[in-house]
Design a protein around this ligand. Structure first.
Ligand SMILES: Nc1nc2c(c(=O)[nH]1)N[C@H]1C(S)=C(S)[C@@H](COP(=O)(O)O)O[C@H]1N2
Ligand SMILES: [Mo]
Length: 387
């Protein structure tokens, strides 16, 4: 691990913004409040959720830091930061979402294993760096390769952090080689976030960003890129019937694209207000680069619906899957509705493949508590005062 050290204690953590709600201190896992999350289309680094499995690594010497590329390839190679910076630099606006986003709501159905998250284990940033497809070309893997001559089909990213969940080993995750070598998939080795060098929490000096895919694959503090025949056995989803006694880990594929999701961020779970008009706003996003076709809002628990307006950048209309839209980024929605009496407000989104969020969290419950994309519901208690 040249130039990069993984401390085994939490005594050298970076400073963090006091606005963050801390879900776990060691390792540090935190998310911003809902209102802060939707205060800007590009999430400020300070407000961006932080998801860690161990202590934050430290770069002692950026000059000697390199990434090794090895495994089922003809020639292994070590790439220094200057080699990566020499490649064309791309700026990609992409939303990162943890598979555990909204896990707390799922654990209210039945206990699940994992860090609890409200609705803000998500953020949208402009990531800059080299395309992984260009990096892999340097080691002789052409664009659009699905299998190397020696049988490599997956690209594993290995970090150096010491993670309890990995039995003290480093964090790692893989993606298919076909995605890694597809320039249009926009997989980056990123060294900047929102125009600044990555900070320590988000992977300094170099991280992977896999747009449209669960956040777990965007490995921070990159140390090694391994070309493998088999995929990494991590982050999976099991049917509701599976428990810790009958689980067969090998029976499921790892999660990749996240499904369509939307969340109301202008309201908390329970709200007290006067009768009248209220703004309902939040974010909607889908995986795999699919756009948001529609966001529907109901003020009667899901019987009747109105359509919310959608936007990404001010001054540009949002058109799903259009050149002018950021294909990997979330969309904000907004609607003004009349709330005459106490009720449940519901939001659901539809993506450009006509996928829609499931109605109830009960039907998608799983023991790891991943991918809670059920209709987002908030309660409103309307008080009629004579004042
Ligand atoms: N090395 C390393 N990379 C990692 C993780 C980690 O703990 N260690 N967490 C992953 C998970 S589960 C998510 S959701 C994202 C979170 O990225 P962020 O902290 O920049 O928001 O990073 C991923 N990459
Ligand atoms: Mo995650």
């Amino acid at each position: 691990m040249p130039g990069l050290t993984a401390p085994s204690s939490y005594s050298q953590e970076p400073p963090r913004h006091p606005i963050l709600q801390i879900n776990s201190k060691e390792p540090f896992n935190a998310e911003p409040p809902r209102s802060a999350l939707i205060s800007s289309y590009v999430t400020p680094v300070d407000f961006f959720y932080k998801r860690n499995h161990g202590p934050i690594p430290i770069v002692d010497d950026i000059e000697s830091y390199y990434v090794s590329i090895c495994g089922l390839i003809e020639n292994s190679k070590d790439l220094f930061m200057r080699d990566i910076r020499m490649l064309p630099k791309y700026n990609i606006t992409a939303t990162l979402q943890c598979a555990g986003n909204r896990r707390t709501a799922m654990s209210n159905v039945r206990t699940v294993k994992g860090v609890g998250w409200d609705v803000s284990a998500i953020g949208n940033a402009v990531w800059s760096g080299a395309k992984l497809a260009d990096v892999l070309e340097l080691v002789g893997i052409p664009n659009l390769t699905s299998v190397t001559r020696s049988g490599g089909k997956h690209v594993e990213f290995v970090s150096i952090d010491k993670c309890k969940e990995e039995n003290g080993g480093p964090y790692k995750a893989s993606i298919p080689l076909s995605q890694a070598t597809n320039p249009e998939a926009d997989v980056l080795l990123a060294y900047e976030m929102n125009g600044e060098p990555l900070n320590r929490d988000h992977g300094y000096p170099l991280r992977v960003v896999v747009p449209g895919v669960i956040g777990a694959r965007s490995v921070k503090w990159l140390d090694t890129i391994n070309i493998l025949a088999e995929e990494c056995q991590d982050y999976k989803m099991f049917p509701p019937s599976v428990n810790w006694d009958n689980i067969n880990w090998k029976s499921r594929r790892p999660l990749m694209d996240f499904p369509v999701q939307c969340v109301i961020c202008s309201l908390e779970d329970v709200n007290v207000m006067k009768p009248g008009k209220a703004k309902v706003s939040g974010y909607a996003v889908s995986g795999g680069g699919r756009g948001i076709e529609r966001v529907d809002i109901s003020v009667d628990g899901g019987k009747n619906w109105v359509e919310a307006s959608r936007c990404q950048k001010t001054g540009f209309p949002y058109i799903a899957d259009h050149m002018s839209s950021d294909k990997w980024a979330w969309v904000f929605f907004e609607v003004i509705i009349d709330i005459p009496h106490s009720t449940q407000i519901v939001a659901k989104a539809v993506d450009t493949a006509a996928n829609v969020q499931p109605e109830s969290v009960e039907t998608i419950w799983n023991l790891r508590g991943v991918l809670n994309t059920s209709w987002h519901r908030v309660q409103v208690r309307v008080g009629h005062s004579n004042m």
